[in-house]
Unconditional design. Structure first.
Length: 304
């Protein structure tokens, strides 16, 4: 159904009701937070639409004309219905904002999200928050499918249908067993690293994608050799500590082991392994409520 162009807007009808109730255009304007000239203009526009005067101005104030009183009677039901609609929308928003579904790639989920969550809990203690962790491709799919409101990824890949915004910095590092030759030497060259089969995360992993992208920029045509493929960062660290092969992981994931001496992290010459962690959400949507708060918290992550 298409409304007639003669139907006044809600703001004009609401103002008319206030003028009749308060007996003054000036008092009605003040109640609506607008200037008296703006209120007069709104009433004139209403009168133009209906084609007749709706208010009679006197030295004592304003009162409804017979036509204005009739229009006001009809308008009351319309304004009441609009208030019910507004209240219903508020209820829907409150329900939406009381639940937050987050998807995050594994490094972010394990080493950054717990700290973000503590801060978010202090800000929005009533929110129920659920986290799904997986590789960056899985995170993108969860957000695109509407199963998560916001996602956090490590991959350099851009995903169609998702907005992408940087939130934090991270650095990938090479890790080896303490007895490995690279550990004794304290460094490894790009060429050595590129020729060495590594323990890698599964295809779709942000860590793997970022590392392979970084090497390919320096060595066009290079293809990674995989010694072992594991879907768990913990499993990779265990295999590296047992000298199965080197690996490339987030500095966040190996900081404790490197400090304890169970893993060694030689410097890499000729390769930049700094990376950006990003938040993603559906293109054209706007973050609200706890999702917006979480995004703001993530953006304040200290740079390692």
């Amino acid at each position: 159904m298409t409304l007639s162009p003669r139907v006044p807007d809600l703001a004009a009808l609401d103002l008319l009701l206030s003028v009749i109730e308060l007996g003054s255009l000036g008092r009605a304007a003040e109640a609506h937070g607008i200037s008296q000239p703006s209120a007069s203009s709104r009433i004139r526009y209403l009168e133009k639409l209906v084609g007749m005067p709706v208010l009679e101005r006197t030295t004592l104030g304003s009162k409804a004309t017979p036509a204005g009183a009739l229009i006001a009677e009809w308008a009351r039901a319309v304004v009441d219905a609009a208030e019910q609609l507004d209240a219903g929308i508020d209820t829907l928003r409150a329900e939406r904002d009381s639940h937050l579904r987050v998807a995050a790639s594994q490094t972010i989920a394990e080493y950054l999200f717990p700290g973000w969550l503590m801060t978010l809990r202090a800000m929005v203690p009533e929110a129920a928050i659920a986290l799904e962790s997986g590789n960056s491709v899985l995170v993108a799919r969860e957000v695109l499918d509407g199963k998560a409101t916001i996602g956090f990824i490590e991959s350099p890949q851009n995903f169609r249908g998702l907005e992408s915004h940087a939130v934090a910095k991270d650095k990938l590092v090479v890790v080896v067993a303490p007895q490995h030759k690279w550990a004794r030497r304290g460094r490894v060259t790009l060429d050595e690293l590129a020729k060495t089969p590594l323990i890698q995360r599964e295809t779709g992993s942000g860590t793997r994608n970022w590392f392979e992208h970084a090497v390919s920029r320096q060595l066009p045509g290079w293809h990674a050799e995989v010694a072992l493929e594991l879907s768990s960062t913990t499993a990779i660290k265990t295999a590296v500590a047992n000298d199965v092969a080197p690996a490339v992981l987030s500095s966040l994931a190996v900081a404790a082991e490197v400090a304890a001496g169970t893993l060694a992290s030689p410097d890499v010459t000729g390769l930049d392994l700094d990376r950006t962690l990003r938040a993603v959400w559906p293109t054209g949507q706007r973050l609200t409520g706890p999702a917006r708060d979480l995004y703001s918290i993530a953006r304040r992550t200290p740079t390692p």
